[in-house]
Design a protein around this ligand. Sequence first.
Ligand SMILES: [Fe+2]
Ligand SMILES: [Fe+2]
Length: 313
Amino acid sequence: MSTAIETVTTKNHGYSYQAALAASQKVNWRVEDIIGGDKRLDFSKPFMPESLARVKVLDFLSADEKRTLNQIRGNSYLCIFGVVEEFILPFVMDHARPQLRGDDYRVRALLQFASEEAKHIHLFKKFREEFESGFGINCSVIGPPEAIAQAVLAHDPLAVVLAILQIEWMTQQHYLDGMKDDQELDPQFKSLLKHHWMEEAQHARLDTLMVQALSEGRSRQEIEKAVEEYIEIGAFVDDGLHAQTQFDLEAFERATGRTLTASEREKFVEVQTQANLWTYLGSGMTHPKFQETLQRLLPEARERIEQIAPLFC
Ligand SMILES: [Fe+2]
Ligand SMILES: [Fe+2]
């Protein structure tokens, strides 16, 4: 008995390499223009929107302590993006390389994408230096980036690109829905996120094109397997976020000189773990554009992710 191979289509998204390249060339900022010199972080203000930070519900913290925790979360946020982009960069280069003599717009758009991620990694490193010198203590972040990259890139490229797609749509939502109109946030921190968002908008479209390319000709079973591997990457990130919450707790206690009681610590870990899961997983898994791509890929894949997403919201 022969097995019918069902192929799927991920087209009809309306994106093109040419349009992404053109949009990217218009943005094109320099690291030196947005950080350093008189462009300094203002530690009297919060960095992260409350929708991601979720510090206000910790009613045993003073206003100053909530702001300190918010800033620790802001530092973790940019550092984790730096870590994530260290696997996006080689992934995009590997995806571009086999067809360097093909579609010129494809090659140029993907190399521009890789170059921008290298620039973002640079920006986030400079941010970390500035944060540590202004904040006064060293805050641990999960890593090392090479080990994380190795673990993620060991998966099926379709699973990896789904994870990347989710991450890049997520950054769009964080800036547009949480930061853009929040006047209380530090303008410098917002500026870094604004510039990052301006380039990530193109990346999310290019990721959609990469999902299309990497799914073409695959059977339903192969797509389902890749979606399961995408969920495995999510579980790996979930473990990392539990570790990050502990790092943030340690940094908070060192920065404030306050030792939380057992019950305060329990509440802190519960609320902040869920805040991290929402920030880095739930907000991406539920993003309408990510769901749209899953629907085009395989409707059952969208349903599968929709079912597990509430765990991260
Ligand atoms: Fe980036
Ligand atoms: Fe990106």
